[in-house]
Design a binder for this molecule. Structure first.
Ligand code: NAD
Length: 309
């Protein structure tokens, strides 16, 4: 177990599910926690301080240190207050796990503007705000001559990296989070901050209503959120300072360091393509057509399984 004692961590959406598991695992490894959760419903409706407070109680009961935070991560100023709370309560910030999320699944032809905006706000802007405020703090520490070992762990999804039907809002936000990770990792490297991203699979309220996947009666449970949290703790170790900009798909014990957009089939014309020639070349290279394989095939290629177990 990497020793994270002395470190201070924020986990967003840590009142339930995967975020709760991250908070408990980081606290178990010695970190002090700011447990953020708006206490929203699955679609982002309402708010309730209880889930975050319960996780704080669990951490304290196990001998750890934690405080609750009820900010909405989609609000930029609220994200600033979240980062400030870590500094006020514990005097520093080392780890930011962006995890909060909601779902408003709908086929594109029926999707409303609100369904699009709410999901993009909580996921994509909900990653930008906390990261932006934490980055300003780390840059300041680095410029003051401190050796910073900052950690950002973002949360994408198989839906974002492989593309799932019915989730144009969610999948686009999650693909955006993977792209955000690549860029911010490069920008923050100079300040000593690594930025990585998860594409998790776990049994939570978010997935148990959609997929049939009960816990096994005994033995290893591949969909226990703790499997995802083990990856977070490893990435937060000081020894992981050189690992950044990676997107890790997690299914049970299969952690796949994904390759994202990368060079594929090259169609080259030294003097540029005319549309008819390009079309003929495309049809020649792809005689059976070209289409996305879908999320389940992508997950299986990364070591996961169908969620319809
Ligand atoms: N469960 C899976 O298999 C799976 C798969 C892929 C991605 N994910 C991602 O993992 C993350 C955690 O999901 P989960 O399955 O634990 O879901 P969950 O619904 O159990 O937990 C999400 C938590 O985020 C909180 N939250 C929602 N909006 C918020 C906001 N604006 N500000 C602060 N907190 C907010 C909720 O109150 C909730 O407690 C999400 O980003 C989700 O998209 C989960």
């Amino acid at each position: 177990m990497p020793d994270l004692s002395g470190k201070v961590a924020i986990v967003t959406g840590a009142g339930r599910g995967i975020g709760r598991s991250h908070a408990l695992a980081l606290a178990h490894a010695g970190a002090k926690l700011v447990v953020n959760d708006l206490g929203a419903g699955l679609a982002g409706e309402g708010s309730d301080p209880t889930p975050a407070e319960q996780v704080v109680e669990e951490i304290r009961a196990a001998g750890g240190k934690a405080v609750a935070n009820g900010e909405n991560v989609a609000e930029f100023d609220g994200a600033g207050r979240l980062v400030q709370q870590a500094l006020d309560e514990f005097g520093r910030l080392d780890i930011l796990v962006n995890n909060a999320g909601i779902l408003r699944d709908r086929m594109l032809v029926n999707m409303t503007e609100d369904e699009w905006d709410a999901v993009v706000a909580v996921h994509l802007k909900g990653h930008f705000g906390p990261t932006r405020h934490a980055a300003a703090y780390w840059r300041e520490r680095s410029k003051a001559g401190e050796e910073v070992r900052g950690r950002v762990v973002n949360t994408s999804s198989p839906s974002g990296v492989f593309g799932n039907i019915g989730q144009a809002n969610y999948g686009a936000a999650k693909a955006g989070i993977a792209g955000f990770t690549l860029i911010v990792a490069q920008e923050l490297q100079r300040y000593g901050v690594t930025v990585n991203c998860l594409a998790p699979n776990a049994r939570t309220r978010m997935t148990e209503e959609t997929f049939e996947m009960g816990a096994p009666e005994e033995g290893f449970d591949p969909l226990d959120p703790a499997n995802v949290s083990a990856v977070v703790v490893a990435l937060c170790a000081d020894e992981a300072q050189g690992i950044t900009g990676q997107v890790l798909h997690v299914w049970g014990g299969a952690v796949n360091v994904l390759r994202g957009w990368s060079a594929g089939e090259l169609l080259e014309a030294p003097d540029g393509w005319a549309p008819d020639a390009l079309l003929a070349e495309l049809l020649g290279r792809f005689p059976d057509g070209a289409e996305p394989p879908g999320m389940i095939a992508g997950m299986q290629s990364a070591g996961g399984q169908s969620l319809q177990a």
